[in-house]
Design a protein around this ligand. Sequence first.
Ligand code: DON
Length: 309
Amino acid sequence: MTCRSNESLSKLVEEARPYAASGRVADYIPALGRAEKDDLSVAIFDIGNECYYAGDYKKKFTLQSISKVLALALALSDRGFDYVFSHVGMEPTGDPFNSISKLETSVPSKPLNPMINAGALAVTHMINGRDNKEKIDRIIRFVSSFLDGAPVTCNWETAQSEMETADLNRALCYFMKQHGIIEGDVEDLLRVYTAQCAIEMNCFDLARVGAVLALNGVDPETGKQIIAENVARICKTFMVTCGMYNASGEFAIKIGIPAKSGVSGGIMGAVPGRYGIGIFGPSLDEKGNSIAGMKILEMLAREQQLSIF
Ligand code: DON
């Protein structure tokens, strides 16, 4: 499907762009520190099979935490509900995405949800595959299935850059290993996780992934069921309760769209039965969410009454 430039969406982008000035690009993963702070693009995939964009919609970015939704969908498909949720919880934390504190105080000791780093690492650990390569290949193929089989790439430079600076994630893994939530080689798990986070696409592709979730797991163009309806429902629920980390409550009140952010500046939205939304704006607020990206969603939600509540 072709995506068309849209004038009113372009106006929203220009209105939102100045907000980027007050944020910062993530640099704790050095490769992400090279992003252009002012970049801003958005694509809306209408379930009725139309697509609109504004900004440089072809620019690719890495999924980072947005990949956690897809990894969860794959782990649920591989292992089923009971197994997955015996290793990771379902509750929001109110803490930053990389926090370790609740891991220590939660009883039983398991990460509170699959969207924080600890929970996402536990989820990636559950994905089937004999070795790293097979696991990474399976994740990439799974993501590609949301794009009707279009090729999906991983930005290996960003993955490597994260490997070199992922000591906080290493700490989370060792803690979980000690408590029996994960087993095996921590470096191996980190290699799969950083590759998953470094999967890259543009905001049009991201909007298409969001559209599959918005349509309860069905591909809007082919009508094929990509993931089970129940898996899509669980993913969207986590997007509402934990998708924007410790900003999820305010986001639900002001915007009310199931959404997932990543520190690259991506946001994926899934408006049930209507739209998939893909946004890229790398300037982040202190909680790790795209500032201008959230502004676009806020304006869109108000204009088109997109809140699910
Ligand atoms: O594990 C990390 O820290 C990154 N690969 C992903 C974190 C992230 O995207 C948080 N999102 N806002």
